[in-house]
Design a protein around this ligand. Sequence first.
Ligand code: ABU
Length: 398
Amino acid sequence: MSLTASVTDTGYRGAANPAPTLVNAWNEWDPLEEVVVGRADGACFDPAEPGCRPQIRGPRQPGATFPAGTKPTEVTDRANEELDNLVAVLESLGVTVRRPDVLDFSRSLRTPTFEVPTQYCSVCPRDVVITLGNQILEATMSRRARFFEYLPYRKLIREYWNRDPRVSWTAAPKPSMADDMYREEFWEYTLDERFARMHDFEFCVGQEEPVFDAADITRMGRDLFVQESMTTNRPGIAWLRRELEPRGFRVHAVHFPLDFFPSHLDCTFVPLRPGLVLTNPDRPIRDDEAAFFVDNGWEFLDAPEASCSNDEMPKYCQSSRWLSMNLLSVTPDTVICERSEVDLHRMLRGRGFEVITVPFRNVYEFGGSLHCATWDVRRTGGPEDYFTIADHMIAADH
Ligand code: ABU
């Protein structure tokens, strides 16, 4: 396997110069030192747009429509209570916690290429920004309501960039989000049609402009795995490859053909520690991609059933019940999980993990659970190579 950059290109100084970079994260599990936790203030309901058709969950009154505008204060307060509790738990573990700014998300947007009646929220930094070694990378984003969602994090990003000259800061090119960037027919397919088309990996974003959400990327040292999804297209993965491979990363596309509405990898394929990935039993990774992990000695551990069905998820939540596996690793042996996912707790404890539990279901309708609602700015550790046995690369596209 040829590496095109040395470790010094990535800002990691190693044992000879151990001063930690202020921004440093190479995987999802190394000991967590600093993290941003989202906040729910001013959050709006997801507006309907070409990249999103929000649906009411479970039983609904005839004629009921998905709400619009700012979420009710009591809903936001309940989510903030759980987010603040997560902050307290992390601080009690010695982790430095930072919070984003709040935007006026109720403001409509009118750009030269699109309009949208409201924006969304700053609960899920994971979707917007990612730490890759010493680099802060802002995603293109894929939905109009989230176009400016980098703004709540910009003050923090500037601070990290100003405080440590080794910190690199990159914003991916913003897409037009014009009508012709999307494939609106996607929303009309029946489940049978989706089944028939599952190996096409064509979703609601087209293949012209590079598009990705940061949560479609998962980090395992030198290797980054990026899901083709409703929120990340093949040009988006090509952009990541061209940007990151000169920095010494290997960028692999991954596919989960049975996930008909893929959006973000962290309810599908969740690395827990070197050699172990928590996998979604409903969404197996494509066989050829599974082989890359297995040939390198990795084990897949299927998550147990979530504690509730899709219909029992909060009424306005747009994520799947598999938020159950959207955990946050604090160390390779310690994870924070949602309180009600007792089967997952039991399974992970059986595998030697310390499991800390927190209530988080009131955050679900704001787009995610514990992994989504956090951005790990700094973990200890460096650019390890966890894929040394089999050196075949996963192709960029399908
Ligand atoms: N934002 C994560 C959602 C993933 C899922 O619905 O499965």
